[in-house]
Write a new protein. Structure first.
Length: 89
C-alpha cells in the first residue's frame, strides 16, 4: 500500500465537492489534511487514483496526486493526527 497526497482546485463550474469527498473516503484509509488536501492509502498507482477522481472534475479544474516517500514534517496537528501520519507514511 502506498500513501498519496491529493490536492485539487475546483474552479467554479460544477464544483462537485461531494463527488470527490465520496471517492476519497472510499479509499478507506485517508486523512482530510486541509481544505483541498488529502492523504490516502491505496494499492493503486498515482495514475489510477487520478483517473478515479477525474470523473468529478470539470475541464478547468486542477488535480495533483503524488506518492509520499515516508519522510515528512508537520506542525500544529493533534497527537491523534500525528500518530496517524507516523503510522501511515
Amino acid at each position: 500500500m502506498t500513501a498519496y497526497i491529493v490536492s485539487y482546485d475546483l474552479n467554479t463550474q460544477g464544483q462537485k465537492y461531494k463527488c470527490l469527498t465520496d471517492k476519497l473516503e472510499a479509499y478507506g484509509t485517508y486523512w482530510h489534511a486541509q481544505g483541498s488536501v488529502w492523504i490516502i492509502i491505496s494499492s493503486q498507482t498515482a495514475t489510477q487514483v487520478r483517473d478515479n477522481l477525474k470523473s468529478c472534475l470539470d475541464s478547468n479544474d486542477e488535480l495533483f496526486v503524488g506518492k509520499l516517500s515516508g519522510e515528512a514534517a508537520w506542525f500544529g496537528y493533534s497527537s491523534q493526527i500525528s500518530d496517524w501520519l507516523k503510522k501511515n507514511l
